[in-house]
Structure formats: structure tokens, C-alpha cells
Design a protein around this ligand. Structure first.
Ligand SMILES: [Zn+2]
Length: 44
């Protein structure tokens, strides 16, 4: 489980509109889509 990716439940990708494909990066600083190239820095 060392490379476990945390998915954001219920999130819909703004790019490809796929559901449950948004995951958090390891360092928690970015969210990205596993289906397309969407990537965004998390705002807190
Ligand atoms: Zn996407």
C-alpha cells in the first residue's frame, strides 16, 4: 500500500467530466485526474 492514491470521493473532473477520477498527490499539494491530463494546485 505504499503507492496508494487517495481519491476524492464524488469529485468530477472539470476537463473530461469523469467521476471519481480525481486523486490527491502524495504530497497533498495537487489534485489530478487519472483519466486525462487535468492537474491543479490545491487551494487552502
Ligand atoms: Zn479528467
Amino acid at each position: 500500500m505504499s503507492d496508494f492514491r487517495r481519491f476524492v470521493a464524488g469529485a468530477i473532473c472539470p476537463e473530461c467530466k469523469a467521476r471519481d477520477t480525481i486523486a490527491l498527490s502524495k504530497d497533498d499539494q495537487r489534485i489530478f485526474c487519472i483519466k486525462c491530463s487535468f492537474e491543479e494546485f490545491k487551494q487552502t
